[in-house]
Design a protein around this ligand. Structure first.
Ligand code: LLP
Length: 436
């Protein structure tokens, strides 16, 4: 987080609030969100893309009503990809016209909810969905704005499970085989849909700008085909070019994401130059960052429960430091071999650093929070560990595995802490039971 410091007492302070105070009020594990960090990343993003750009926050990274309000007040748009995300956004009073709906299998109920709320646009993902949404809009007597999600065939050089624009995956319409152009024809022919742009999302945690640039060129290539078939006047209604999310963040010191200004300038140049060559008005360049906004400013605080040196043979051993959470609040290490940075947060230590493995409390040996890290040799039960950059895809992908209840989420700002989501209790677990 931008506002993390170490106090004179050796304790980590987050936006001026000491970790001891945080955990004595809210317990552990605890997600601590630096509100000013979150908001400043929104503002940086909006400034980088400028008046001809548009920034949508990808709710999937982390959403609760407080986040919805921050996104609203910072002037961003909001992407949702489920009825649940839509409901939380609307509940918090987010203007529907600034909401975009995503997903490869939106249910009819979700489409109805979106259309009835008056969402800005729906991102279409399949031929079946074109017919489905056309019918839903028609029954309501409205014309729904839509984008077409294009699969541009770019390998994003990230983990296979989070890269999405290569051909053999479930999202979007391929350029290959003319599927995307066929989708354009069908949407143009649909009475109750209005095509307002094209969309591409190539993957997540990307550091290499080339993938985004290639995606931009390819989406603009489709726009060229649309001009060839339908003419400039008709194509001009495609006023949005959305290049999706995926901007990488720094989880560990060696991660080196490109500066956001550089990304914005490069992509805006490509879009402006190529659309002018096609004789089109320059479309709005939209992006959908989730991780780059929500990720860096949040820390997870864990309490150390046990420390164990496990012999590996030939005199070597591995230090296992067990904390009171794990794969239920951060699945990313097990799922993607993600790496994180960790610090002893409740005190400073002069002890030598030893290679340690931070593990959770779940009944799986794959329940690893950090595979290899340096921690002081005297780390002991009761110490607090702070794992950095856990704001995206940790709480939002959390589970109740082993019936471990979800942690609380607090926001810190200017010396104050505020509870955003309370800790789950056993009562929450039992509240789903119907056969008592
Ligand atoms: N737009 C679309 C259409 C997306 O599918 C995604 C992420 C985003 C935007 C936001 O991407 P971001 O800027 O946050 O990278 N659970 C994985 C990440 C999956 C991302 C899925 N889609 C992880 O923990 O790394």
């Amino acid at each position: 987080p931008r506002n993390a410091t170490r106090g004179d007492d050796g304790q980590v302070r987050l936006a001026g609030v000491g970790v001891d105070e945080l955990v004595s009020t809210y317990g552990t594990p605890l997600f601590v969100v630096d509100e000013a960090d979150f908001r400043s990343r929104c503002a940086d993003m909006v400034a980088a893309f400028g008046p001809n750009g548009r920034v949508h926050y990808a709710s999937k990274a982390f959403l609760c009503t407080a986040v919805v309000r921050w996104i609203d007040s910072e002037g961003l748009h909001l992407d949702v990809c489920s009825g649940g995300e839509l409901a939380v956004a609307l509940h918090a009073g987010f203007p529907a016209e600034r909401i975009a709906m995503h997903g490869n299998n939106k249910s009819v109920e979700e489409l109805i909810a979106g259309v009835d709320a008056g969402v800005g646009h729906v991102v279409l993902d399949s031929m079946i969905e074109i017919g489905r949404l056309d019918a839903v809009a028609g029954e309501r007597g409205v014309v729904q704005d839509v984008l077409i999600r294009v699969t541009v065939g770019v390998e994003a050089h990230t983990h296979e499970f989070i890269s999405t624009a290569h051909e053999d995956q479930k999202f979007g319409f391929s350029l290959a085989g003319g599927r995307a152009m066929e989708a354009v024809r069908r949407v143009f022919a649909a009475d109750n849909l209005r095509l307002v742009g094209l969309h591409s999302h190539i993957g997540s945690q990307i550091f290499d700008l080339d993938g985004f640039e290639l995606a931009a060129h390819r989406v603009l290539g489709l726009l060229r085909d649309v001009v060839a078939e339908f003419g400039v006047d008709k194509t001009a209604q495609l006023s949005v070019l959305d290049l999706g999310g995926g901007l990488g963040i720094s989880y560990i010191p060696s991660d080196d994401p490109p500066p956001i200004d550089e990304v914005a300038t490069k992509l805006a140049d490509i879009v402006a130059t190529e659309s002018r060559l096609l004789g089109l008005p320059v479309p709005t360049l939209a992006v959908e960052p989730g991780r780059a906004i929500a990720g860096p400013g949040t820390v997870t605080l864990y309490r150390v429960g046990t420390v164990k040196d496990v012999p590996l043979g030939s005199g070597a051993s591995r230090r296992y430091v067990s904390v009171d959470g794990g794969m239920s609040d951060n699945i990313r290490t097990s799922l993607y071999q993600a790496e994180y940075d960790v610090r002893l947060a409740s005190r400073v230590s002069d002890a030598r650093a030893v290679v340690s493995r931070v593990v959770g409390k779940h009944c799986e040996s794959g329940d690893i929070v950090i595979r290899d890290c340096w921690l002081p040799d005297d780390v002991a039960p009761g110490d607090l560990l702070a794992v950095a950059a856990t704001g995206a895809y940790c709480y939002s992908m959390s589970s109740r595995y082993n019936l471990v209840t979800r942690p609380a989420v607090v926001a810190v700002d200017d010396g104050h802490a505020r509870l955003l989501l309370r800790r789950e209790t056993v009562h929450d677990l039992l509240s789903l039971e119907v056969n008592e």
